[in-house]
Structure formats: structure tokens, C-alpha cells
Design a protein around this ligand. Structure first.
Ligand code: NAD
Length: 298
């Protein structure tokens, strides 16, 4: 099915995904973004990557279209323009983190055109996108259709997991990110408390990482500056996964929780913390591990 592949959205994540496609895909690779600088960044590194002038042109050139956009509204907008050019040979994979209900809705519209739609949000962050080691959580119209896109997603990820019908990939993702928001605040509070009480940050981190408090927020993405050289904390929280996007994901989780009459205690608190960070000047665009800096200043 995969004669060519296109990627719309070349931001923090899309850039790394495009890079892995450029390096590994055997077919033509097309890209599109609203932001010319994002396009230039990838094409200057990989001159064989082709640029589409619009989402429609990209979908005409590529039988498989991947989108990596910020929020539900962007995905809806891009699909609105794509839909007329889709047919039974079209495969549409959305890797953005969006509302499960929007993912289902979009999938239904693609299905009505005879095409195949997948929600395939990712975890692994910008480091995973760059290294091609993302985890894809995939909602698909059928197991067979999932199997047919798995090889393509494997070019960008090391785990490609079938979650069930359309929308279930997004459900898995929002549960993961609710937990991630909570754990990042928890690690920040532990690192702040320990260092205030006189512990060396590096030593404290290594103890946590060999103890029961260990988690991704402590051992891979530690929020204390300098503990992990490649983490955003070691470059003043620039790049990575923004507070704005984390606030968005927690809003999605809270909305979904309300929809099924559950009220997560810590999820609600984490959501409130990140709504504040995402609306605080000088913090809104920083990586979400900057919650450490924020609580340190309080
Ligand atoms: P980003 O804001 O860095 O990138 C989004 C890109 O989409 C930008 O380049 C923007 O110009 C482009 N764009 C916006 N509207 C467009 C349109 N209509 N047409 C074409 N291009 C358009 O965001 P990101 O950090 O790459 O995240 C993308 C998605 O992945 C989000 O849903 C996010 O929640 C999710 N995600 C991010 C991370 C992370 O660590 N950054 C990790 C996992 C999942």
C-alpha cells in the first residue's frame, strides 16, 4: 500500500519523525508545515525530501499521510481540507495527541471516503522521535489494517501497539500523560526537598533511580538541571514537550474522566498546576519539567 508517505507537522516531534522517514523509508517522502523554517530545517539536512505546497497536494502525492499537529482543532482543520482528495487507497495516520472523540469522528469521515484512518499518538518525547524509538499506541479500523501500517510506524518507533478500535490509541495516550504529569511534579518535589535538605542532586537522583521511586521522570528526564545532560532541564528547559501541550493533555484527560464519571484526585491537581504553568509568562513554552523551576521559586 505504501508507494509514498507524507508528513504534515514538522515541529518538536514531527522533525524527528521526518528525519527517520528520510533516513529509512524506501519510498518518496513528502512534507508540509505552515512554518517555512520547519520545512527548511528538514530539507536542508535531507535534500531528497520533497515539499508539498499544501495538505491537499501532499495527500495527492502520498498514499499514506501522517499528521503530527498540536491539538484537536488543527487536526480537524487539516482533515477538512484533505478529505475531498481521499479514496480507497488512502491511509491516514494521526500521531497528534487529541480528543478520542475527534479521532473517532475523523476516522468515520475517512472511512466514508473508502480510506483507512488510524489514531497513533506517541510517547517517548523528542529524544524518542529523534532516535526513532517512539512508542505508537494505535487505534485502527481492523487488526489487518493495523498490520499493514505497522512496518511504516516501525521506521519511527520501537514499540507499535494495537490498542483496539479507532479512538483507543488516544485513550491509552491520555492515561499515560495524566500519569506523566503527576510523576513529573512528584519527582520535582522530591528533588527540591532533598537538595534543600542538603543532598547532592546527582546522588539523590541515582538513589531514586535504584529505589522504588524510580520512573521515567526521574531516570530519563530528570527535572533537576545537570542531572541528565540530554534532558531539557540541562538547557534551561528549552525545547522538549511544552507546558502548553501538557496542560492540553491534562485537560483532555479531565474531560474524558468527567465523561465517564470518575474524578482522579492527583490528575486534577496536576491539571491545575499545568494550567497555571501554561499561562505564566516565561513558562508557557518551556518544557514541562520546568515545573521544578516553578516550584523552586515559590
Ligand atoms: P509543535 O508545536 O512543536 O509542532 C507542531 C507543528 O505543526 C508546528 O511546526 C506547526 O507549524 C505545525 N502546524 C500547526 N498547524 C498546522 C497546519 N494547519 N498545517 C500544517 N502544519 C501545522 O508540537 P510537538 O511538540 O511536535 O507536538 C505535536 C503533537 O505531539 C502534540 O499533539 C503533542 O501533544 C504530541 N506529543 C508531543 C511530545 C513532545 O515531547 N513534544 C511527545 C508526545 C506527544
Amino acid at each position: 500500500y505504501m508507494s509514498s508517505v507524507g508528513l504534515i507537522g514538522l515541529g518538536q516531534m514531527g522533525y524527528g519523525m521526518a528525519k527517520n522517514l528520510a533516513l529509512k523509508a524506501t519510498s518518496n517522502v513528502y512534507v508540509y508545515d505552515l512554518n517555512q523554517a520547519a520545512i527548511d530545517r528538514i530539507t536542508s539536512e535531507f535534500p531528497h525530501v520533497k515539499v508539498a505546497r499544501s495538505p491537499v497536494e501532499l495527500s495527492e502525492l502520498a498514499s499514506t499521510v501522517i499528521t503530527m499537529l498540536p491539538e484537536s482543532s488543527h487536526v480537524e482543520k487539516v482533515y477538512e481540507t484533505l478529505l475531498p482528495s481521499l479514496d480507497s487507497s488512502s491511509y491516514c495516520i494521526d500521531s497528534s495527541t487529541i480528543e478520542a472523540s475527534v479521532a473517532k469522528d475523523v476516522a468515520e469521515k475517512v472511512r466514508a471516503k473508502g480510506g483507512f484512518a488510524f489514531d497513533a499518538p506517541v510517547s517517548g518525547g523528542t529524544l524518542g522521535a529523534d532516535a526513532g524509538t517512539l512508542t505508537f499506541m494505535v487505534g485502527a479500523p481492523s487488526v489487518e489494517s493495523f498490520e499493514s501500517v505497522k512496518p511504516l510506524l516501525s521506521l519511527m518507533g520501537k514499540n507499535v501497539i494495537y490498542c483496539g478500535d479507532n479512538g483507543t490509541g488516544q485513550v491509552a495516550k491520555l492515561c499515560n500523560n495524566m500519569l506523566l504529569g503527576i510523576s513529573m511534579i512528584g519527582v520535582s518535589e522530591a528533588m527540591l526537598l532533598g537538595t534543600k535538605l542538603g543532598m547532592d542532586a546527582q546522588l539523590l537522583a541515582s538513589i531514586l533511580n535504584n529505589s522504588t521511586g524510580r520512573c521515567w521522570s526521574s531516570d530519563t528526564y530528570n527535572p533537576y538541571p545537570g542531572v541528565i545532560a540530554t534532558a531539557p532541564a540541562s538547557r534551561e528547559y528549552v525545547g522538549g514537550f511544552s507546558n502548553k501541550l501538557m496542560a492540553k493533555d491534562l485537560r483532555l484527560a479531565m474531560k474524558a474522566a468527567e465523561g465517564c464519571q470518575t474524578s482522579p484526585e492527583l490528575g486534577t491537581m496536576a491539571s491545575n498546576v499545568y494550567q497555571k504553568l501554561s499561562t505564566t509568562k516565561d513558562f508557557d513554552s518551556l518544557d514541562f519539567s520546568s515545573v521544578f523551576k516553578w516550584i523552586s521559586q515559590k
